[in-house]
Design a protein around this ligand. Structure first.
Ligand code: HEC
Length: 208
């Protein structure tokens, strides 16, 4: 054996010794340690389970993954043309409540687009939801906008369940047909005149 060969053997042997010294210990220590198993009894919490229950009102995102018309707003790839839930007075009341909280801030309490936000926002502003063009949108399409947002409008799936978004769509349809107005809706209509001109006024909408 020549000298170079001996040297190689020594280097390889040294490398082997080093790596085998490092290998075992640390990772084993991480695996074998005290921990709580998710469904094991706890013995110290009021609820005798280690994994805590989600607070009341927590929304399951999985329930939104419903592939039917209620979850997707579409049927055979097309936006549905009717609200796929029974439009009861309860659903409309829920929709009214949610619309006033989540939509009216931008689109106005009457849907005329005369909100304070719209008045202070540059184009594209939150539009009137009472125009003929928006009234012609299929409910499934409006549901999809409420779900995913559009342009500068944010998505509402994180805040509203599918049922709540349908309730908003059903209420919006009722609002678009209605001719009676509350004080807030009138204020919205009047402010919309200032923002967009006469074609957004309550009078103009009612003449359609
Ligand atoms: C932060 C303000 C804001 C909020 C809140 C908001 N929107 Fe919008 N919305 C907009 C803007 C801005 C547009 C126009 C987007 C664009 O064209 O870029 C829009 C567009 C729309 C459209 C499409 C109108 C058209 O001309 O095609 C619909 C329908 C709609 N919004 C419904 C809703 C509903 C229902 C809610 C409540 C769940 C809601 N919006 C909440 C700002 C908002």
């Amino acid at each position: 054996m020549n000298r170079a060969c001996v040297l190689v053997v020594i280097i390889v042997a040294a490398a082997c010794t080093k790596s085998s010294e490092r290998e075992p210990g640390d990772f084993e220590r991480m695996r074998i340690q005290q921990r709580d198993e998710p469904y094991a009894a706890s013995g110290r919490l009021a609820i005798d389970e280690r994994m805590r229950h989600p607070p009341a009102g927590t929304m399951s995102r999985e329930s939104e993954a419903d592939s039917g018309a209620i979850g997707s707003g579409t049927s055979a790839g097309q936006p549905v043309t009717q609200v796929p839930l029974a439009v009861t007075p309860e659903l409309l009341a829920l929709g009214h409540e949610k619309f006033d909280v989540f939509c009216a801030v931008c689109h106005g309490a009457g849907g005329f687009g005369g909100s304070i936000v719209a008045a202070n926002m540059g184009a594209p502003r939150p539009p009137s939801l009472r125009s003929a063009a928006v009234q012609a949108l299929p409910p499934g399409f409006v549901f999809n906008i409420a779900t995913k947002g559009i342009g500068r409008m944010p998505p509402y799936a994180p805040q509203l369940t599918a049922r709540e978004r349908w309730a908003v769509v059903a209420y919006l349809e009722q609002l678009q047909r209605s001719t009676s107005t509350s004080a807030e809706q009138r204020e919205d209509s009047v402010r919309a005149i200032g923002i967009r001109g006469i074609d957004s006024t309550l009078a103009a909408e009612q003449q359609r």
